[in-house]
Design a binder for this molecule. Structure first.
Ligand code: 13P
Ligand code: SF4
Length: 332
């Protein structure tokens, strides 16, 4: 991997960006990132590339090189709208696959193909076929955190931002909801429908405990607790609000609480703290090891080489895309 030097010219070009993130990124660290940021931002214009970044990207990526940031739903929507020739997806593999499904003619790149997801790993297409055999006629909803091969076996996708809306949109009292048992349980707590679950879990969110949340409340009276619905139901019950990563940010923007605990992946609080300097973020920290595989040097390499590209089996594209498009059509 190439090591780039910090020069006075790079300082001059990137200092306005640093102003924004200086509370979060120490100067010595910025000097390591800045040469990559400058080169990536130049190269993406030359190659007509757009960088879509998930809310869990580290601040130097999120605030330094991303063109569009968001949750899984937002990134899927933006991927469908972009005019760029190349999409660099800074997130995990299923997100890059979703971008490719919606843009089969475009070059979609993920800077590290090892950026997976414990939820996506928990289920296979054969598992979905087994569930259909066991529950004939019951519609199958898949969380977007699955491979394209799994999506191709399902009727409709959902994300954490629209899971309840998608469940409610189906004309059936019973639905199969996979693969996250916690998201399924959190939706089940809000709907009258019977939800058949799969035993998958997000290895980051399942670690949070209600006890931890109560301890944070005791230590910081008046704190507003916002949890991701991939957390266990008992954790979500302790929160003031639960929503997707984008909904969490919207909640902070609208309510402007003084002190906030975001019960989710570490980088969320760092990124939000840059955008809401007046809000005090108390930071529980569970890292997603897959999201953290995406780094500035890898983004630069992928822009230079226009690889690794996301390729999909032709046979999967139509059915998997249909599941994603049905979701986009059914969610507000
Ligand atoms: P969001 O859609 O809420 O961003 O969640 C994606 C994810 O992977 C959370 O762990
Ligand atoms: Fe998957 Fe959890 Fe990481 Fe999100 S945080 S990408 S659900 S492992």
């Amino acid at each position: 991997m190439q090591v780039l030097e910090f020069t006075p010219e790079i300082a001059k070009a990137t200092d306005p960006l640093y102003e924004k993130v200086k509370h979060i990124i120490p100067r010595f660290e910025w000097e390591l990132h800045a040469p990559y940021i400058q080169r990536i931002n130049r190269l993406k214009k030359e190659k007509n590339a757009v960088i879509l970044a998930h809310n869990y990207m580290t601040p130097e990526i999120f605030h330094g090189v991303a063109d569009i940031v968001g949750d899984s739903l937002g990134l899927a929507r933006e991927a469908g709208k972009t005019e760029a020739d190349v999409i660099i997806l800074c997130g995990v593999h299923f997100m890059a696959e979703t971008a490719k499904l919606l843009n089969p003619e475009k070059t979609v790149i993920i800077p590290d193909t090892e950026a997976g997801c414990s939820l996506a790993e928990s289920i296979t297409p054969q598992d979905v076929r087994g569930l259909r055999e066991k529950h004939p006629g019951v519609p199958v909803i898949t969380y977007v955190n699955t491979s394209a091969a799994v999506k191709a076996e399902c009727d409709i996708c959902c994300t954490s931002g629209n899971a309840l809306e998608i469940v409610e949109s189906l004309d059936s009292d019973r639905v199969i909801f996979l693969p996250d048992r916690y998201l399924a349980a959190n939706v089940a707590a809000q709907t009258g429908k019977e939800i058949i679950i799969w035993e998958g879990a997000c290895e980051v969110h399942e670690k949070f405990t209600p006890r931890e949340i109560r301890d944070f409340r005791d230590g910081s009276p008046g704190i507003t607790v916002i949890a991701h619905p991939e957390c266990p139901v008992e954790v979500v019950k302790e929160a003031d609000y639960a929503g997707s990563t984008a909904q969490m940010i919207r909640f902070v923007e609208e309510k402007q609480p003084d002190k906030v605990l975001l019960v989710t992946e570490c980088s969320m609080s760092d990124n939000a703290a840059v955008n809401f300097p007046e809000v005090d973020f108390i930071r529980p920290c569970n890292l997603c090891p897959y999201m953290k595989k995406i780094t500035l040097p890898k983004i630069l390499e992928s822009l230079e080489s226009l690889s690794p590209v996301v390729e999909l089996d032709e046979r999967l594209v139509k059915p998997a895309r249909r599941a994603v498009e049905r979701m986009l059509a059914a969610s507000s």
